[in-house]
Write a protein that binds this ligand. Structure first.
Ligand code: PGA
Length: 250
């Protein structure tokens, strides 16, 4: 199976012009990006612009999904996202959880995505990598609660989990997760999914890693059982994102 490479642009770049330059630059390398499952998640206001160019190299994702039905000032509904060509939604990123998004809200967003035919990319990850291993339990709890009330049949073959330990996001590559630790966490996440659902679902789930991934650590992190990466900073520049794709296709 092709590896997945997700660009999480967060609230960047600063303006439309730069967004256009970035996506056009990536589109020029479409042959390379097509060797992977490349996903671009721009801010909502650039979905239209990016959506027009992304098809040649991969698919369009949103960075969030709105879970309520009805009338809500300021909301962007999933139907609108779909209309722009959104195929996948990042859900429960730690930067949104920090703003107060609970596991229950995250689970409702996963349900909304599944109902709307948008692939949920669920972000999970512990706050701190303590030495007594308490993070295993907190991660298990988070995964369980972020998938509460969701039926196995709805999730089978449709779950992407991005393991993003909060302590490793936005740091230097040296401070990112060590490959041997990541290999252990991938096994652990699959074990939790097996406990919650079954082995078949766990085997079919796509597990990504995110947190200070760049060209200097991606090759070592690749051989850990992950199916790809969710990348922040290194996705904001044509050269650095291209280098990641090259490293993954070697
Ligand atoms: P980073 O961000 O690659 O800049 O650490 C990853 C993320 O938050 O998804």
């Amino acid at each position: 199976m092709k590896l997945m490479l997700v660009a999480n642009w967060k609230n960047h770049p600063e303006d439309r012009e730069e967004a256009k330059i970035l996506i056009s630059g990536l589109a020029k390398k479409s042959l390379l990006f097509k060797k992977l499952n490349t996903v671009i998640a721009p801010p909502a206001v650039y979905l239209d612009l990016v959506g027009q160019k992304v098809k040649s190299l991969g698919v369009l994702a949103s960075q969030d999904i709105f879970e309520h039905e009805g009338t809500y000032t300021g909301a962007v509904g999933p139907n609108m996202q779909k209309d722009f060509g959104v195929k996948m939604a990042i859900i429960g990123h730690s930067e949104r959880r920090k703003l107060g998004e609970s596991n229950l809200v995250v689970a409702n967003k996963v349900k909304t995505a599944l109902k709307m035919g948008i692939l949920p990319l669920l972000c999970v990850g512990e706050e701190a990598h303590d030495t007594d291993g308490a993070y295993f339990e907190s991660l298990r709890e988070q995964i369980k609660e972020s998938l509460q009330g969701i039926k196995k049949k709805d999730l089978l073959g449709k779950l992407v989990v991005a393991y993003e330990p909060v302590w490793a996001i936005g740091k230097s590559a040296k401070e990112a997760m060590r490959p041997e630790d990541l290999a252990q966490m991938v096994i652990f996440i699959k074990k939790v999914l097996t406990e919650l659902f079954d082995r078949n679902l766990a085997d079919k789930a796509v597990i990504l890693y995110g947190g200070s991934v760049d060209q200097s650590n991606i090759i070592d992190l690749k051989d850990t059982g992950v199916s790809g990466f969710l990348v922040g900073r290194a996705s904001l520049n044509v050269k650095s994102f291209t280098e990641l794709a090259q490293a993954l296709t070697k």
